[in-house]
Design a protein around this ligand. Structure first.
Ligand code: URA
Length: 188
């Protein structure tokens, strides 16, 4: 058992559990409020994140930040992490073994941060956290409660860059997160 996020991060930095470690510049552990009520889970680092060591600092992240700003959710009050901590080559999806090797770090991040709401960004996050029988198109915008945590699956912000029409759904899903947070008096 880990007692602090730093302890987990120290292990992540030297992790060689899968082949993704071979090409990384930096591991990308997570960022934000360590006591956040809202946690966001993405897929894995892209080129910008690999370079900077922080999640969602590239184009998709900037779009996501704009949505948060528009909704009045502050990035500093939430916590953001990914399924895998090292960049998959050419931004491909992480393979099952890579995600499986890495997931224990994320589980421990969730245990320590203790979020009330987890927003699952895209299919990779959804399937790895809630199971392969969930699909993003059918699941997005609907609350799923498991072991005291409310999950909101939504599109990955990179999908919005490829298809403008998904932006409205993404926005509406985040509105649901905002409304629930208000109702429950959560930090955002
Ligand atoms: N996409 C992700 O899923 N995570 C990041 O950190 C950046 C892009």
């Amino acid at each position: 058992m880990y007692e602090t996020l730093n302890e987990i991060n120290d292990e992540v930095k030297k992790c060689t559990k899968c082949n993704l470690c071979k090409n990384r510049t930096n591991t990308v552990f997570g960022v934000g409020n360590e006591n956040a009520d809202i946690m966001l889970i993405g897929e894995g680092p892209g080129a910008d994140e690999d370079r900077e060591g922080e999640p969602f600092v590239g184009k998709a992240g900037k779009l996501m930040n704009q949505a948060f700003q528009g909704l009045g959710i502050s990035r500093e009050k939430i916590y953001i992490a990914n399924i895998v901590k090292c960049r998959p080559p050419n931004n491909r999806n992480p393979e099952k073994e890579e995600a499986t090797a890495c997931l224990n770090y994320l589980r421990n991040q969730v245990v320590l941060v203790k979020p009330k709401i987890i927003v699952l960004l895209g299919s990779v996050a959804l399937k790895n956290i809630l199971g392969d029988n969930y699909g993003i198109t059918a699941s997005r915008g609907k609350w799923i409660e498991k072991r005291g945590i409310l999950y909101m699956p939504t599109f990955h912000p990179a999908a919005l860059l490829r298809d403008d029409s998904k932006k409205i759904d993404f926005w509406n899903d985040l509105e649901l997160v905002k409304a629930k947070s208000k109702e429950k008096n959560l930090l955002m």
